[in-house]
Design a binder for this molecule. Structure first.
Ligand SMILES: Nc1nc2c(ncn2[C@@H]2O[C@H](COP(=O)(O)OP(=O)(O)OP(=O)(O)O)[C@@H](O)[C@H]2O)c(=O)[nH]1
Ligand SMILES: [Zn+2]
Length: 317
């Protein structure tokens, strides 16, 4: 059977691209889709190469953009037969096999928030997504203010790549475009930071498309289940941004430290090793680093605040 990649889904109709011939077809999913759905998360295959097919649970699941599928031609129609195991997936936006998330924060309007940055990073890390930070609207503050922000972000630059842009004049775009090469990218960030403006600046054809859809539906875009991947620099960009609402309810307080790559490294120096949550324990590697100003106090304080918030929620039940 032949293999393809799903680039578009609108009202049950798929657009697939054959991975070898690059031919594009309209396709439907078979009624009884034989989907190989992994019980565990994406890292399952990588970490458990010795697992056999028996360990993989077969359940029904519908294909989404980003999925690799097997398909066949029956009469004149193209039918999706099965989905290959996903590396990862999101529900909002509904995309599978995401290579990276572009996390957009504006310098102002809305104001840059380190609390929100840490919260986004925590959630993206939990979802095992690799993150690229984009600081937008750099034209709206003066050089001195921008340099102050860059200084504060130096610490984060050790953990994630950071790009500074102005989507109106396409400043910073020459380097930014390289990061999309061969990757499936999803944009995330709070409302108003400039995700759509960035996407439209990269993909001028998107402007027209969303307008057409809005007009056809007579309302805002995405009123039906519609998702699409746009080709850009030999990769794809998902048309719908994700993570506009941030929920901490899905965490256990003692687990969140695992989603701080910087804290994880330091926890080798904790007396209680991986049992240490870096708050009240003695001889804690993270708190020692904090005292030496090797971690920004604000990042640590945000961590304690998230921990406390989640713990208080859980204690209620
Ligand atoms: N000066 C300046 N304004 C920008 C820039 N990027 C976006 N804007 C403006 O910021 C406002 C919000 O931009 P959007 O692209 O709609 O933001 P968004 O993140 O898509 O917002 P949601 O759709 O609500 O999630 C618009 O008025 C844009 O024109 C920029 O680089 N510089
Ligand atoms: Zn510790």
């Amino acid at each position: 059977m032949k293999k393809a990649f799903i680039t578009k889904l609108i009202a049950g109709q798929y657009v697939i691209k054959d991975v070898e011939t690059k031919e594009i077809y309209d396709a439907k999913a078979r009624g009884k889709l034989r989907a190989l759905r992994l019980e565990q998360d994406s890292s399952f295959l990588k970490q458990n190469t010795k697992k056999t097919k028996k360990d993989i649970k077969v359940t029904q699941v519908s294909p989404k953009v980003g999925d690799y599928v097997y398909y066949e031609k029956i009469d004149d129609k193209y039918m999706i037969d099965s989905i290959l195991p996903r590396e990862n997936e999101l529900i909002r936006p509904d995309v599978a096999n995401i290579d990276q998330v572009l996390l957009v924060f504006s310098v102002i309007k809305p104001e840059f928030s380190f609390n929100l940055l840490d919260k986004f990073l925590l959630i993206l890390e939990q979802n095992k997504l690799s993150v690229i930070l984009v600081v937008s609207k750099i034209d709206l503050i003066d050089e001195k203010e921008l340099n102050e922000l860059k200084d504060k972000l130096k610490y984060y630059e050790k953990l994630y790549p950071i790009y500074y842009i102005n989507s109106k004049q396409k400043i910073g775009f020459d380097v930014l475009t390289n990061i999309f090469k061969d990757k499936l990218t999803v944009l995330a960030g709070q409302t108003g930071v400039g995700k759509s403006t960035l996407m439209n600046a990269l993909l001028p054809e998107l402007n027209l498309k969303t307008q057409e859809i809005s007009e056809a539906l007579g309302r805002g875009k995405h009123t039906t289940r519609h998702s699409e991947l746009y080709e850009f620099n030999d990769g794809y960009i998902a048309d719908t941004p994700g993570f506009s609402k941030l929920e901490l309810a899905f965490f256990y307080p003692e687990d969140i430290k695992e989603f701080y790559p910087d804290f994880m490294k330091l926890s080798d120096n904790c007396k209680f090793g991986n049992k240490c949550v870096h708050i009240n324990e003695p001889s804690c590697g993270v708190k020692m680093a904090l005292e030496k100003n090797e971690i920004p106090k604000e990042r640590y304080d945000n961590y304690v605040a998230f921990y406390t918030e989640i713990k208080n929620q859980k204690d209620k039940y």
